[in-house]
Design a protein around this ligand. Structure first.
Ligand SMILES: [Ca+2]
Length: 363
């Protein structure tokens, strides 16, 4: 990368403002543990008081970023600037860089992210995230006999931690166990996709060449009538636009994740849809709702206490209460799929029934 120009100093100032904004929200209520104290659920006293970032901070982050002057530059200046700062092998990401800077992202963050050797261009992310809806989700393996047995064993092993989370957020230990199982098998399947690469690719789904790619895939598979085909083509157009806009938002959030300083953004791996950690949060969810469950000063969703506290906080903030309607709304907030909601709540019921029938002990 070439040396930063004078224009970049402005963005550094902006960045300070964002760091202050996110930093103060992220650390205000952290309680340090005494040396040797273990708050990972093995002890019930003292109880952790997890730091909570309440509300959606992304709009605040974006507002602060908008004082960066680069997003106001005309194309005639901005496009050559981008071409100059992207590494030779990263030309395929020029649209992503352009969109991010136009959206107010810090240009240093954008170029560092894209130029990182771990960032790879892969059209599979444009395809699966745009046309994935064509397949019907099957969650039945998440609540079969094997899953219930494993979930009950987890519920027993993490009993004291789950009890703390339940007490704090009012979300039952069985529901927390069910969400963490369906998401990642309690951390056994965290995904192997490079999260920045996923979002950078997704931010370009509305480029003509990737729309064409998805249209071709649709035409290859489709054998219905022309009215139905037109509807599906429109759906691809709509999803290409919405996924792209969403990915730009998530990349802005990823910048906030980096500022918070708990995770190495360039090393984040997760699902092909861009979710990471045991709780499978997307970057904006991490910024807004992830919490430091074990009070070690770091919000790390690859650690079980942080992941479970974050799931509890997320569900509570998305409407979880003691009603079926509230539960369904909260779980739907986690993943906008009725099949997903059904699977999580069915597994929750099965765990509860097994736990109750065995007197609280796993078999
Ligand atoms: Ca932590």
């Amino acid at each position: 990368m070439k040396s930063p120009t004078a224009a970049l100093t402005l963005s550094a100032l902006t960045w300070l403002a964002v760091a202050t904004l996110v930093g103060s929200a992220g650390t205000a209520s952290l309680n340090a543990c005494s040396p040797g104290e273990n708050n990972n659920g093995m002890k019930s006293e003292p109880q952790p008081d997890a730091s909570v970032i309440t509300g959606d901070k992304i709009s605040d982050v974006k507002a602060a970023l908008q004082s960066d002057s680069l997003h106001t530059w005309p194309d005639s200046t901005l496009l050559p600037f981008i071409a100059e700062h992207l590494n030779e092998d990263k030309g395929q990401f020029s649209t992503a860089a352009y969109k991010l800077i136009r959206a107010g992202a810090d240009s240093t963050f954008v170029f560092n992210l894209i130029n990182d050797p771990s960032v790879k261009h892969d059209t599979k992310y444009m395809k699966i995230n745009v046309t994935g809806y064509l397949g019907k989700p099957d969650y039945s393996s998440h609540y079969n006999a094997y899953s219930v047995k494993k979930a009950v064993a987890f519920h027993d092993e993490y009993d004291s931690l789950l009890t703390l989370v339940e007490k704090k957020y009012g979300v039952s230990s069985e529901a927390l166990t069910a969400v963490a199982w369906v998401e990642t098998r309690h951390g056994a399947y965290l995904g192997t996709h490079h999260v920045p690469s996923v979002y950078l690719c997704l931010s370009m789904t509305d480029n003509p060449e990737y729309i064409e790619l998805n249209m071709e895939a649709l035409h290859e598979k489709f054998d219905g009538d022309s009215t139905e085909l037109k509807k599906l083509e429109q759906k691809i157009l709509d999803r290409s636009a919405s996924k792209s806009a969403w990915a730009v938002e998530q990349l802005i959030a990823l910048q906030a994740v980096e500022t918070m300083g708990h995770l190495s953004v360039s090393e984040l791996v997760g699902s092909w849809a861009g979710a990471f950690g045991i709780s499978q949060f997307i970057p904006s969810s991490y910024v807004s709702w992830a919490v430091d469950g074990d009070n070690d000063g770091t919000i790390n969703l690859y650690d079980m206490p942080d992941a479970l506290f974050s799931i509890g906080n997320y569900l509570k903030e998305h409407g979880w209460d003691q009603t079926n309607e509230g539960e369904r709304k909260a779980v739907w907030g986690y993943n906008h799929s009725t099949a997903y909601v059904d699977a999580v709540l069915l597994l929750r019921d099965k765990i509860r029934s097994r736990v109750q029938s065995s007197g609280g002990q796993a078999e």
